[in-house]
Write a protein that binds this ligand. Structure first.
Ligand SMILES: *Cc1c(COP(=O)(O)O)cnc(C)c1O
Length: 397
């Protein structure tokens, strides 16, 4: 039994569990009793792998970036999750969960979204499977992320505004949970990262694990060895990182580097560097590390990148942090922006702002010329063009 995988009680070390209202217990229990059976069944595997190949476009390439490698003096490979249908890793998870929802006989899918990326990935698979889709989104986020709201609507989803509190992600989460309590029988709650009550973090990690499964054979094919010296991934809730780390958790010679968003700087009060600033608490139904005030109220995080703007980390990462198995670093808004332009100029690839945080760490590592480094390029930058153009114009003034 791995120290870094979930245990039979739903915990990673001291983190995880299912801290949920009693009314939701039957739903979570139903999922817990069935998710492994479903995921491990031949029928599920066949359909999941078929859709990942023919609908999503997997396997995604593992690309040895020559110019980036030369610049940093090591062999730097990019795992191209940006080339997935819908432009990021999130669809690996939504494809898997929609198949699980169908197996459980659910007809109505609910989700919450911050930037709208998970909402789009959920609306996409609901359109594919012809299921009703309701996405909760903070009123402020609906205004900030209008292109994704338009995509969700075109895909047939109903977008419901969360108007309480700060009108952002955590309020949308509260609305989704409230809806789930009101419609427990027919509704499936599709969570977008390795967060939420057990079994969600483990289920999502298994569905994203396809990333490291591919890295292993692709590296073997290209270098003769399955194991890189390090894997670097950005962490919001932590699903792309969990997927990129999954098959390496017990290979302790592979360094696992998780990169959080430092926003304007870790000590400025405007950041999302959860492991550096957070304490143990309960968020979204699981015990983990989260940013909170002296009364235990969740504090509003900040990052230029909407996907990393989350006040907690999934329990798998809280355990990687506490045990020292993971190395937790961070990059500021500015460092991420510079890294985005650098990758674009050197390799002709425009990365998502989230992924740019992982790239920004390359310059802070002590790399040797034989090192093999994999950076998980979690998504593409189309959604961030406005931010990039504004930065370019400010830089050229
Ligand atoms: C949503 C998102 C993230 C952050 O989510 P994780 O669960 O931490 O992976 C990172 N990169 C991209 C491109 C995203 O869309």
């Amino acid at each position: 039994m791995s120290k870094f995988q979930v245990d039979e009680n739903g915990y990673y070390g001291q983190f995880g569990g299912a801290y949920i209202p009693e009314l939701l217990y039957p739903n979570v229990k139903e999922l817990e009793d069935n998710y492994l059976k479903i995921i491990e069944s031949d029928a599920f595997q066949k359909e999941y792998l078929y859709l990942l190949k023919q609908y999503v476009g997997r396997p995604t390439p593992l690309y040895l970036a020559p110019n980036l490698s030369e610049k940093y003096g090591a062999h730097i490979y990019l795992k191209r999750e940006d080339l997935n249908h819908t432009g990021a890793h999130k669809v690996n998870n939504t494809i898997g969960q929609i198949l699980i929802a169908k197996k459980l006989g659910k007809k109505r899918i609910i989700a919450e979204t911050g930037a709208g990326q998970h909402g789009v990935a959920t609306a996409t698979v609901c359109a594919l499977m012809n299921l009703e889709c309701i996405v909760f989104m903070g009123e402020v986020d609906i205004k900030r992320q209008s292109p994704n709201v338009a995509r969700m609507k075109m895909l047939g989803a109903t977008v419901v505004a969360a108007t309480s509190g700060s009108k952002t992600l955590k309020d949308a989460t509260n609305e989704a949970i409230r809806d789930w309590i009101q419609h427990p029988e027919e509704t499936y709650y599709l969570i977008g990262s390795v967060v939420g009550p057990h079994p969600y973090p483990d289920m999502v990690a298994r569905l994203q694990a396809i990333i490291s499964e591919e890295i292993k054979w692709q590296l073997k094919e290209q270098t003769g060895k399955e194991n890189p010296d390090a894997i670097i991934a950005c962490v919001g809730g932590g699903s792309n990182a969990a997927g990129a780390f999954y098959h390496y958790l017990d290979d302790e010679e592979v360094k696992l580097i998780a990169v959080e968003a430092a926003g304007l700087g870790v000590d400025t009060g405007e950041s999302a560097a959860t492991s550096q600033l957070g304490q143990v608490g309960v968020i979204h139904g699981s015990k983990t590390i989260l940013m909170q005030d002296e009364y235990g109220q969740i504090t509003e995080p900040y990052s230029i990148s909407a996907g990393l703007d989350y006040p907690g980390v999934g329990p798998i990462h809280a355990n990687l942090f506490e045990s020292g198995r993971g190395t937790f670093l961070n990059a500021t808004d500015d460092e991420a922006l510079q890294a985005a332009f650098e990758l674009t100029e050197l390799e002709g690839i425009i990365p998502a702002l989230e992924s740019s945080h992982a790239l920004a760490i390359l310059g802070k590592l002590d790399l040797k010329k034989d090192d093999v480094i994999v950076v998980n390029l979690s998504g593409r930058g189309d959604k961030d063009m406005e931010t990039y153009i504004n930065y370019l114009e400010a830089r050229n003034k």
